[in-house]
Design a protein around this ligand. Structure first.
Ligand code: HEM
Length: 433
């Protein structure tokens, strides 16, 4: 086949300055679907579209070991995490996450806990002049997720823990203070979770000694006792990293909650069907929030061997990127992609490899195992938000695309009136600016 020699330019600075727009702009500028560039001095080929998703998630083409730069591993994922495994080791580790996170029971029990925490917190918000919804939601989610996962959380550690979970996500793609904050957060939480893993193992041993029965219990205990592809227990550090791989991303749903609140503020017509408890609409709304708003810009792997895709030669061991943000805004897949329109998902389940905010392919591959949890939490919290009575004072709600991960600059400040403070109709109005 006649292979195209793709243009090669160094793009690291461009990514750091343009963020989410970098890859879609590069594709538009070069007029190609598949583009080749350089990131951090390495050849990087960016793939786009549902066929490319299937190509990318085939382990014969793309692997994960050593794909991620150290600054990302040392903040977002942690060393030894499932994200960087391949083959049988990945399958065995991934089975743990799928068992713990998918299916009706675990999802429903987390949704219930979050609902209880949300209702209690929103009553307290009415006692304060204003609340930053992003931060407040991260605290609600941390409390609920830690309870659900079996992570003890003393009241005086709640805010610090929530801030650490947020920091690990917030600081992975930048240089400077946010990045160093993320590293410190990871060191602190890994140490704490290692102690927890030790305690869980000791408790499991004591329980087995007492009555000979296998230990029952929490998600954290399941991680502590998980055995890998060769029957081995994870070392304490890796087990801590994987327990954090549940608590951290579940807290990160705060990004989507604040995006849902942003959507309800900008386009208040979506409140009524949510208030009416229209379950199909709530699901469609959750999918549209995940499609429309920017979170993951792209996913990174390494070419397992020399590859050929759409006329481009991908050198062995070079970087392969999957264009997540670009695909979720591709007009060929989503008519009027920059219109926020939950109706596009009514009466239609999103295609497995079309809607990819949490990765594509099969969940037994690297696709996010927390997708059901995320959609269920968004359904539930968006419905609660739509039913709440609050004002959105004047503030900077811009969502800068060069900032990865991004969110409304203000964190979305709301002011919740005490019950019966004013006629509800006067509230939730869109300001005139
Ligand atoms: C804010 C919502 C979330 C977003 C945007 C998100 C996004 C993603 C993405 C893009 C991936 C990588 C897919 C790939 O490498 O191909 C991923 C993987 C993963 N996610 Fe999520 N996720 C979210 C929520 C969750 C939740 C709630 C959990 C757990 C409770 C979770 C746990 C994981 C784990 C363990 C992996 C690694 C899977 C693997 O490498 O096999 N995520 N997620």
């Amino acid at each position: 086949m006649n292979q195209r020699t793709a243009p090669v330019v160094e793009s690291t600075v461009s990514f750091l300055t343009h963020g989410y727009a970098w890859l879609p702009d590069l594709r538009r500028h070069l007029g190609e679907n598949t583009v080749q560039t350089r990131l951090a001095g390495r050849t990087a080929t960016a793939l786009h579209g549902p066929d490319a998703v299937r190509f990318f998630y085939d382990e014969r083409h793309v692997v994960r070991r050593s794909a991620l730069p150290a600054p990302v591993v040392d903040t977002l994922f942690g060393r030894g995490a499932v994200q960087a495994l391949d083959g049988p080791e990945h399958r065995a580790r991934k089975a743990l996450f799928l068992t713990l996170l998918t299916g009706e029971a675990p999802v429903a029990s987390l949704v219930e806990r979050v609902g209880t925490e949300w209702d209690a917190a929103s009553r307290a918000w009415a006692q304060q002049p204003a609340v930053e919804l992003f931060r407040a939601t991260s605290v609600v989610l941390t409390r609920a997720v830690c309870g659900w996962a079996g992570v003890p959380l003393p009241a005086e550690e709640t805010v610090q823990t929530a801030d650490d979970m947020v920091a690990m996500v917030d600081g992975f793609a930048t240089a400077g203070p946010r990045h160093w904050h993320a590293r410190r957060a990871r060191i602190r939480q890994e140490k704490r979770f290692e102690e927890l893993i030790r305690a869980e193992r000791e408790a499991a041993e004591r329980a087995a000694g007492r009555n000979g029965a296998g230990p029952q219990g929490s998600l954290v205990r399941a991680v502590a006792l998980h055995r890998g592809a060769y029957g081995e227990l994870l070392d304490e550090h890796t087990a801590a990293v994987e327990a954090l791989n549940i608590v951290r991303p579940a807290t990160a749903v705060a990004w989507y909650v604040v995006f849902a609140a942003h959507a309800l503020h900008r386009w208040p017509q979506h409140r009524a069907p949510l208030r009416a408890r229209d379950a199909a609409y709530a699901e469609a709304f959750a999918h549209e929030v995940r499609r429309f708003y920017p979170f993951v810009p792209f996913i990174v792997g390494l070419a397992a061997r020399e590859l050929h895709w759409e006329g481009v030669t991908v050198p062995e061991h070079s970087l392969v990127l999957l264009d997540v943000y670009g695909q979720n805004h591709d007009p060929a897949l989503w008519p009027h992609p920059y219109a926020f329109d939950p109706a596009r998902f009514l009466g239609r389940q999103p295609g497995r490899d079309e809607l990819i905010p949490q990765g594509g392919g099969d969940p037994h591959g690297h696709r996010c195992p927390g997708e059901d949890v995320t959609v269920a939490l968004l359904r539930s919290v968006s419905t609660r938000l739509a039913g709440m009575d609050y004002d959105v004072p004047r503030q900077d709600l811009a969502i800068p695309l060069r900032h990865v991960p991004t969110r409304p600059r203000s964190g979305l400040v709301v002011s919740v009136p005490p019950p019966h403070a004013a006629p509800p109709r006067a509230r939730n109005r869109r300001p005139d600016w």
